[in-house]
Ligand binder design. Structure first.
Ligand code: NAD
Length: 492
């Protein structure tokens, strides 16, 4: 489809802009709204309801009522499966609309939202739906004739707070296992990208999800997000976002009634390329995808490239060639390879990192904002970056790659681990023995060998250290949203 076709379709969408509570759209109690902006043009797309503590309270009450009503929490697993499969189908049948919403609201490439985010979201929901009626409890090996059974029970009301880089998909990462387990959810999408969550809730309701089981409160983090974190009747918080805000949720939980808080936070993933790596062209392609995908706004972005000295020049040359050739521009043009940053604030934050990088390292490519009203930055590459440089230590969350050389395997591992974060890492080598030594030595939730950012619904995703704890995806995610219950029957 041409960019003009996508733009025409985008213009035909009338986005939902009210809060979704108890099965219907409602304005914020205050009547306040905030603008959501297209980062590719700087234009306002819509004024969205600005939920605050009163709205969060309304949503939590609706979620609690739904949970206690039992038409979802106590429904037969096969019935929950049926409805969640219908929601997945609903996502698929509105795929273009949902893809466009995330593309205009978050500046994401239409090729990515249409081919990855939206089908991926439907597939994840389908996977958890299908798991729902295939999970068994356990019988504990206690002395006969007593009988002790171990079952999983839903926790109750889940507060889910998500960022803007994968608006639909990160919401689904939380919602799918939470709903599959029988919980009710109050979702707070990021203020930069609230539109797809509202449409998702409407689609889910039309597919048969009972009223109050999925609620969406749009608004600012310091208002709606904090109110959800502090609400005494929320049973568990599932958060994806920055480490600074994640730690706020721990603080909120310590102030009132305690609850589990699952945090998926920032990252500064290292990519280790050894001189026995097979094919430097393929490695360079992976490096480019690992840092410039989603304009670098990816928690597991491979923002640190550590290269064994003998191949440093060869790999750097290949990376620069590819980065310089990336087409930066309109996210609705299928030829575009990198879109804008999500907001002027985010672009300025990344630009400040680039400015400090100019003093700390050698700028090899890019570094500048692109002219126009959108929030674009050129793909940027720094070389000879010292370990203590800010651009080597801090999460930038933008299209900025820091390259440095290493000599030995031990040094590479030590430097990769010298980070406060531990979300992901990559290793390129043709030696299975080296991979077997290095992968377990890296402190990261995921280590990808001869690829970057390996991820699937079947594998857990999450970090260690300041990248958080708890895991999204896979059957392990159900642990976040269920409590184990022991029921003991005394023998006769
Ligand atoms: P953010 O932490 O600023 O915001 C995330 C969410 O928290 C948003 O919904 C926001 O409204 C809310 N929030 C903000 N301040 C709050 C407060 N004081 N109280 C309660 N809620 C608040 O993050 P962001 O800028 O939206 O996203 C970028 C960050 O997210 C990066 O650090 C990135 O690494 C991280 N991220 C992590 C993962 C992961 O899976 N580990 C995935 C994507 C993004």
């Amino acid at each position: 489809m041409t960019a003009a076709d996508w733009h025409a379709r985008a213009a035909a969408i009338t986005p939902r802009t009210e809060l979704f509570i108890d099965g219907g759209f409602q304005p914020a109690a205050s009547g306040e709204r905030f603008d959501t902006v297209d980062p590719a043009t700087g234009r306002v797309i819509a004024a969205v309801a600005r939920g605050d503590a009163e709205d969060v309270d309304r949503a939590v009450r609706a979620a609690r009522r739904a949970f206690e009503r039992g038409d979802w929490s106590l429904a037969a697993p096969a019935e929950r499966k049926r409805v969640l499969l219908a929601v997945a189908d609903g996502i698929r049948s509105h795929a273009d609309e949902l893809a466009l919403l995330d593309s205009i609201d978050g500046g994401k490439l239409i090729t990515a939202t249409r081919q990855v985010d939206v089908p991926g979201s439907a597939a994840i929901l389908q996977w958890y739906a299908e798991a729902t009626d295939k999970l068994y409890g356990q019988v504990a090996p206690v002395a006969s004739p007593d009988l002790a059974i171990i079952t999983r029970e839903p926790l109750g009301v889940v507060g889910a707070v998500v960022p803007w880089n994968y608006p639909l998909e990160t919401a689904i990462w939380k919602i799918a296992p939470a709903l599959a387990a029988g919980n009710s959810v109050v979702l707070k999408p990021a203020e930069e990208s609230p539109l797809s969550a509202l449409r998702l809730a409407e689609i889910a309701s039309a597919a048969g999800l009972p009223d109050g089981v999925l609620n969406v409160v749009t608004g600012f983090g310091v208002e709606a997000g904090a109110a959800l974190g502090l609400h005494p009747d929320v049973d568990v918080i599932a958060f994806t976002g920055s480490t600074a805000v994640g730690s706020r949720f721990l603080e909120y939980a310590s102030r009132g009634s305690i609850r589990p808080v699952w945090l998926e936070c920032g990252g500064k993933s290292a990519n280790l390329v050894f001189d026995d790596a097979d094919d430097l062209d393929a490695v360079a392609d992976a490096v480019i995808g690992g840092i410039f995908g989603c304009a670098g706004q990816v928690c597991s972005a491979n923002s640190r490239l550590l290269v064994q000295r003998g191949i440093l020049d060869g790999l750097t040359e290949r990376v620069l060639e590819r980065a310089a050739a990336l087409t930066v521009g309109d996210p609705l043009d299928e030829a575009t390879r990198m879109g804008p940053l999500v907001s002027a604030r985010q672009r300025d934050r990344v630009a400040a990192h680039i400015a400090s990088g100019r003093d700390e390292a050698e700028l090899l490519l890019g570094g500048d904002a692109l002219p126009g009203d959108g929030f674009f930055l050129a793909p940027t590459v720094f070389g000879s970056v010292p370990d203590d440089a800010r651009i080597m230590r801090e999460e930038i969350f933008g299209p900025v790659l820091a390259i440095a050389a290493f000599d030995t395997e031990e040094e590479a591992v030590a430097r990769a681990n010298a980070s406060e974060y531990g979300l992901a890492a990559s290793v390129f080598t043709s030696s299975i023995r080296r991979a077997q030594r290095v992968a377990p030595a890296l402190r990261a939730g995921t280590v990808s060998v001869n690829t970057v950012d390996a991820l699937d619904v079947t594998t857990p995703f999450g970090g260690v250290k300041q990248s958080g704890f708890g895991r999204d995806l896979s059957l392990h995610a159900l642990d976040n949203y269920t409590a184990l219950k022991t029921t003991w029957f005394a023998g006769a």
